[in-house]
Design a protein around this ligand. Structure first.
Ligand code: AP5
Length: 223
C-alpha cells in the first residue's frame, strides 16, 4: 500500500499537484476538503456539522474528520494506496493516520510539503477558479483556462469557492498555519518529510515532488 501525504498552507498548490501526481502514479486522490464540500452540497449531517467551521476558516474538529477520512481510505479504490490532499492537518490526525496504517501493516511513504510564503497565498486564492465536475484548478492570471469559464480537461463550468472570499482566506491563514507547522514537524521527526519550493511554476514543482519520491525524473518520461 502506497500512501503519500501532501502538505501545504491554504492555496499552496496541494490540489493542483495532487491531481497531477494521482494521474502519474495511478493512485486515487483523497481530499478531505472535497469530501466536506460534497457533504455540504448533499446536506448530510456530516456536511451540516462541518459547514460552520469551514465558513469561519477553521479546521473541522478531529472527531469528525478522522472517521470520515479512514472510511474513505477503506474503499476498494484505495486498496493500493492514495494521495492524501489536505489530511492530516493536526498532530492528532497524523497520529491517527499512523495508527490506522500500522494496523494494515503499512505506513506513510513520504510527506510532500509544498512550501509557499504567506504573502503569496492570498493572491493565489482570490484568483482561483475550479471546475464543477472534478475540481481541476485554474488561476485567472497565472494559469488561465484556454476558454474563459470552461475547464480544459473536461469542459465543465468553472466556479469560485465560498471560502475564497478575502475575509475567509485571511481567517484560514491565521487559524491554520500553526497546526500545519506541527504536522510538518511530525513528519520531519519521522524522517519522511520532503519539502519543495512551491513558488516555482507548476511543472517545476511537480518535477521536484516526483524527484523526491521516484528515482526516475518526471521530465525523462514526459519530455
Ligand atoms: P481544503 O479544500 O483542503 O482547502 P485548503 O487546504 O485551504 O487548500 P486549498 O484547496 O484552498 O488550496 P491548495 O493548496 O489545494 O491550492 P490549489 O492547488 O487550489 O479545505 C477546505 C476547508 O475544509 C478547510 O479550511 C477546513 O475548514 C476543512 N478541512 C479540510 N481538510 C481538513 C482536515 N484534515 N482537518 C480539518 N478541517 C479540514 O492552488 C491555489 C491557486 O494557486 C490556484 O488558482 C492554482 O491555479 C494556483 N497555483 C497552484 N500552483 C501554483 C504555482 N506553482 N504557481 C502559481 N500559481 C499556482
Amino acid at each position: 500500500m502506497r500512501v503519500l501525504v501532501l502538505l501545504g498552507a491554504p492555496g499552496a498548490g496541494k490540489g493542483t499537484q495532487a491531481h497531477i501526481l494521482a494521474r502519474h502514479l495511478g493512485l486515487p486522490r483523497v481530499a478531505t476538503g472535497d469530501l466536506f464540500r460534497a457533504a455540504v452540497r448533499e446536506g448530510t449531517p456530516l456536511g451540516t456539522a462541518a459547514q460552520a467551521y469551514m465558513e469561519r476558516g477553521e479546521l473541522v474538529p478531529d472527531e469528525i474528520t478522522v472517521g470520515m477520512l479512514l472510511e474513505r481510505l477503506a474503499a476498494d479504490d484505495a486498496a493500493r494506496g492514495a494521495i492524501l490532499d489536505g489530511f492530516p492537518r493536526t498532530r492528532s490526525q497524523a497520529a491517527a493516520l499512523d495508527r490506522a496504517l500500522a494496523e494494515r501493516g503499512a505506513a506513510v511513504e513520504a510527506a510532500l510539503y509544498v512550501d509557499v510564503p504567506a504573502d503569496e497565498l492570498l493572491a493565489r486564492l482570490s484568483g482561483r477558479w475550479l471546475c464543477e465536475a472534478a475540481g481541476h484548478t485554474y488561476h485567472e492570471t497565472a494559469y488561465p483556462p484556454r476558454v474563459p469559464g470552461i475547464c480544459d480537461v473536461d469542459g465543465s463550468r468553472l466556479v469560485q469557492r465560498d471560502d475564497d472570499r478575502p475575509e475567509v482566506v485571511r481567517a484560514r491563514l491565521e487559524k491554520q498555519l500553526g497546526a500545519l507547522a506541527e504536522v510538518v514537524e511530525h513528519y520531519r521527526a519521522a524522517g519522511i518529510l520532503q519539502a519543495v519550493d512551491g513558488r516555482r511554476p507548476i511543472a517545476a514543482v511537480t518535477n521536484d515532488l516526483l524527484d523526491s519520491i521516484e528515482p526516475v525524473p518526471y521530465w525523462r518520461t514526459h519530455p
